[in-house]
Design a protein around this ligand. Structure first.
Ligand SMILES: [Zn+2]
Length: 290
């Protein structure tokens, strides 16, 4: 788990890297106190900023007013999805802009969750985030690294505010998708990276992506037992389908097999999902024979 939040030391929140996201954070925080495909550049007619507008927000934690770059949904042209439903669009990866962040106090959350915070949670964030948070420069567009840091901050906030397990799992899933976008953008020449260390950068992306998927699966499997659907805007079939595909990707065959069997026995599964489940089941049976 160490890697997922380890970038936060740059903005004053060092030590969060050692937090386990699904544990109660209180004790560990105390301890800490003690001591192109992504953007298809070749046909890019619109620049990234053309897809964005500055949306106004009032921070529900510190009441600061601020603007954040937000996707103009009507400008998006869908270009299908990956097998795990990660959406793709021409010219921009809107996932980079899903986190809303207050630069004054360090409160951050996915757009749909930003306003939904209780007064006790706001208090936890003031104590656990704002007191140590150091301002980061604002910008009109985000690189994948900037986007990832915003997600890390959102995940750190969700741990500190004792948010729902599904919210943490959803953040981990989207962060894994951000890692995939970063890899594609590096290969497409649209994301900056350490050119002397291409292999090292790619290995780190791969490793972090797997760790995030593993955490997303763990969280969604737990949330499925204790929370109600729709979860993070998704129904049971969609969540289970994502669990199954990601579990296959990280070779967690026990979870994959169980989830695929449960999905195939269920009515109302789309044909595309059913076909993919059958394909994964064949793949799994092959693994068992070996
Ligand atoms: Zn704020």
């Amino acid at each position: 788990m160490a890697g997922i939040l380890s970038g936060l030391d740059k903005i004053g929140l060092g030590g969060m890297g050692s937090l386990s996201i699904y544990d109660d954070p209180e004790e560990k925080v105390r301890e800490e106190e003690k001591n192109p495909e992504a953007s298809a550049p070749e046909i890019k007619k619109m620049e990234e900023k053309d897809f964005l507008f500055p949306k106004s927000h009032t921070c529900p934690v510190c009441y600061a007013e601020f603007k954040t770059p937000t996707i103009r949904v009507n400008k998006l042209k869908p270009r299908g999805a990956d097998s795990d439903l990660r959406p793709r669009f021409d010219g921009i990866d809107p996932l980079k802009y899903d986190v809303v962040m207050c630069h004054e106090c360090g409160y951050a959350a996915l757009g749909n969750y930003f306003e939904k915070i209780t007064p006790p949670q706001a208090k936890l964030i003031k104590e656990g985030i704002s007191k140590r948070y150091r301002k980061v420069p604002e910008s009109d567009t985000f690189s994948y690294d900037q986007a990832f840091m915003r997600y890390q901050l959102a995940l750190g906030n969700t741990v500190v505010k004792r948010g729902k397990t599904s919210e943490k799992a959803y953040l981990c899933l989207k962060m894994a998708w951000i890692m995939r976008g970063k890899r594609e953008a590096i290969d497409a020449g649209t994301e900056d990276y350490d050119h002397d260390n291409y292999l090292g950068v790619m290995q780190e992306i791969e490793q972090t992506g797997k760790e995030l998927l593993s955490n997303a699966i763990e969280g969604f499997v737990a949330a499925r037992q204790n929370e109600t659907f729709p979860m993070c805007g998704m129904d049971r079939n969609t969540i289970d389908y994502i669990i199954a595909v990601e579990a296959m990707k990280i070779e967690n065959y026990a979870v994959a097999s169980q989830t695929i069997d449960s999905l195939l026995a269920r009515a109302g599964l789309s044909k595309a999902m059913k076909d993919k489940c059958k394909e994964m089941k064949t793949h799994l049976e092959h693994k068992v024979e070996l």
